[in-house]
Ligand binder design. Structure first.
Ligand SMILES: Cc1cc2nc3c(=O)[nH]c(=O)nc-3n(C[C@H](O)[C@H](O)[C@H](O)COP(=O)(O)O)c2cc1C
Length: 402
């Protein structure tokens, strides 16, 4: 993800400095070039050797040390940075930068950079809530500096409250989001995901194997690139992507009604959900009991649910409607038929019986068929890569219409 990116990590003198080692290691795993600048005080908590070993680069501390090369370090690091991350950020460094103080290598380099600077504060709760610290944070935010809020929890100083540095995994995720190009600002997408469930009686229901992973990845891709995303999801165990508007539904009719509420105001409906086509005609309001008779049977009559893709495909005006065809046989014929009958803009077909393409997999093997009848086969891919292809295609179709 961070290939060819220069990330400068500033480490300051807080107990969370040890977590910065994990952070640097994660950034390296994502292929970033990481350069670490430590304050003198930070070296009292963790040795520069730790960071040097993890970053595979020299660690900078002293501004007046013999130059290792002919660059002036605070200028060369400031210029090469794609992003500056101060983690952990002490109350001291926040105060210094807010007040224009540049009295060591880290503060001087931050002052000299035009790159984005992101602080991950970590400190005792009283320090964090101190109005002076809060005023400094607000002031820096106004100037365009970014902050990854600390978590609430038990701190090293045995107090409970806000002040614990955000987890390294969350900091890496924040950086990933900030590197995304925001090419979908102003667009509004509805993404449906997951299965639906249809009750039989108060304790039983029917459903299918859909995990929701594909739809959640599509919602995440759209949101990261600046679109407003409404994710209408059947029951899943997935963590919803940050920043999307999540609407949870149970039945196919619930999903249909939720889409109906937002459809007029959206640019695209991406229907990655697997809603149940049928539902029991009668839902018993008491638990159905088995009978003590020989050859006891239970017959449930199923009736049709609304066809969400077909309904919105037919009534759409300028919206792009994307369908999915999860099939186990005659994939292309079935998908083509759906594309035409439901008046979709394109359809993403996958044979769920293939290796690497099932509902619960993290990968998918898809074929995209568009209105012009062009059929494109894709190799096995991570669902996030498939999501990117789908979102790129949706974006192009929206732009072609405007
Ligand atoms: C054991 C110990 C832990 C500390 N933890 C923090 C901390 O988590 N956050 C913070 O803002 N300051 C903390 N401090 C205070 C800073 O080290 C002090 O303000 C120092 O001047 C920061 O210098 P720097 O910002 O140049 O690294 C701690 C001090 C000690 C002795």
């Amino acid at each position: 993800m961070f290939k060819d990116k220069n990330i400068i990590v500033g480490v300051t003198g807080g107990i969370a400095a040890y977590k910065a080692a994990d952070l640097v290691s994660r950034l390296k795993k994502e292929k970033a070039n990481v350069e670490v600048i430590m304050t003198e005080n930070a070296t009292k908590f963790v040795s520069p050797l730790t960071f040097q070993t993890l970053a595979l680069n020299p660690v900078y501390v002293d501004m007046f040390k013999e130059p290792r090369n002919y660059d002036v370090e605070h200028i060369s690091l400031a210029e090469k940075a794609d992003v500056f991350l101060i983690a952990p950020a002490t109350a001291n460094i926040i105060g210094k930068i807010a007040n224009g103080i540049a009295d060591d290598l880290l503060t001087t380099t931050i002052m000299a950079t035009r790159a984005k600077v992101i602080f991950a504060p970590a400190m005792n709760t009283n320090m964090y809530l101190n109005p002076i610290v809060q005023k400094n944070i607000e002031y820096l935010k106004k100037l365009g500096y970014e902050f990854i809020d600390p978590a609430v929890g038990m701190l090293a100083c045995q107090t409970y409250g806000p002040g614990r540095m955000a987890e390294p995994a969350d900091i890496v995720q924040y950086l990933k989001n900030s590197f995304y190009s925001k090419d979908l600002i102003g667009m509004k997408f509805i993404v449906t995901a997951g299965p639906t469930i249809e009750p039989i009686d108060p304790v039983r229901y029917v459903t299918n194997h859909s995990s929701g992973k594909m739809g959640y990845k599509i919602a995440e891709e759209g949101q990261k690139r600046g679109a407003e995303v409404i994710l209408i999801s059947g029951p899943t165990n997935l963590k919803p992507p940050e920043g999307v508007q999540l609407i949870r539904v149970n039945t196919t009719l619930d999903m249909f009604n939720a889409v109906k509420e937002y459809f007029d105001r959206c640019h695209a409906l991406i229907k990655a959900a697997a809603p149940l086509d049928y539902k029991p005609e009668v839902v018993s309001d008491v638990k159905i009991k088995k009978k003590n008779i020989e050859n006891d049977e239970l017959n449930i009559k199923y009736i049709r649910n609304p066809d969400i893709a077909a309904y919105f495909g037919k009534i759409k005006k300028d919206q792009i409607v994307v369908g999915f065809a999860a099939e186990t046989n005659d994939l292309i014929e079935n998908a083509k038929e759906k594309l035409i009958n439901k008046n979709l803009d394109f359809i993403v077909a996958n044979d769920v019986s293939k290796d690497g393409a099932g509902f619960k997999e993290d990968t998918n093997v898809v074929t995209i068929i568009d209105r012009e009848g062009i059929i494109t086969d894709y190799p096995i891919m991570d669902k996030s890569e498939v999501a990117k292809i789908i979102i790129d295609k949706v974006k192009k179709l929206i732009e072609d219409k405007s």
